[in-house]
Design a protein around this ligand. Structure first.
Ligand SMILES: C[S@@+](CC[C@H](N)C(=O)[O-])C[C@H]1O[C@@H](n2cnc3c(N)ncnc32)[C@H](O)[C@@H]1O
Length: 201
């Protein structure tokens, strides 16, 4: 098993967790767009978990990298925030209204925020570089990128729960993570997108 990340600090933490779990994982520091060059061999499974696509300006280039890493019949499992969740943005003063782009744009959404969803450890500041740039990608853009990269879609799921508490004032814990406290809202907005795809044999 190989884990890849741009950030040396993320990898340091990942190595520490893997060590404590006794898991034999190789960790490689690279930009995901360079993953084909950075990693040797083909893979049975590419797994990309939460908070992944929003950092990538070009979803089509990402899909081509994924396809290039898979052996024939190898699978992609993608689980990420739903792009609609990103489009709503932070401000829910007037309910769930759209503040951010849904579709991929060349220009990023840019924020300056010294807080982080990760707890600071050892009294260190949570964030030393507070400006972040993110890009949204619509469901159609993500799925078409995977199809155009040569993958076959097996399953596409939109969920009524998210893995993290996106809007604390509107959400409550549930067995899978967090959901809207108001049952009426649960049928209005998908919170997570999960895709299973494979490379043809
Ligand atoms: C929100 S975290 C996701 C963490 C992990 N998926 C999880 O569920 O715990 C986003 C991670 O993506 C990494 N990242 C952002 N852009 C990247 C890129 N272009 N190539 C590789 N990793 C990147 C960041 O360094 C960070 O560790």
């Amino acid at each position: 098993m190989v884990g890849l990340d741009l950030s040396g600090e993320s990898l340091r933490r990942a190595r520490s967790i893997a060590g404590r779990a006794g898991a034999d994982i190789e960790f490689v520091q690279a930009n995901v767009y360079d993953a084909r060059r950075a990693l040797a061999g083909d893979f049975d499974l590419v797994y990309t978990s939460l908070g992944v696509l929003c950092w990538l300006p070009d979803v089509r280039a990402w899909a081509r990298v994924v396809a290039s890493l898979l052996r024939p019949a190898g699978r992609l499992v993608l689980r990420d925030d739903h792009p609609v969740l990103q489009a709503v943005g932070d401000d829910t003063t007037h309910g769930l209204t759209l503040h951010e782009p849904y579709f991929q744009r060349t220009d990023p959404m840019t924020w300056e925020d010294e807080g982080s969803y990760i707890e600071a450890v050892d009294g260190a500041p949570a964030v030393t570089h507070p400006v972040s740039h993110q890009w949204n990608h619509g469901v159609g853009e993500i799925l078409t990128a995977l199809l155009d990269a040569g993958l076959v879609l097996d399953e596409v799921t939109e969920t009524r729960y998210s893995a993290w508490c996106r809007w604390p004032e509107l959400m409550e814990r549930c067995p899978q993570g967090y959901r809207f406290s108001d049952p009426a809202l649960r049928d209005r907005l998908p919170l997570q997108l999960a895709v299973v795809a494979h490379r043809p044999s």
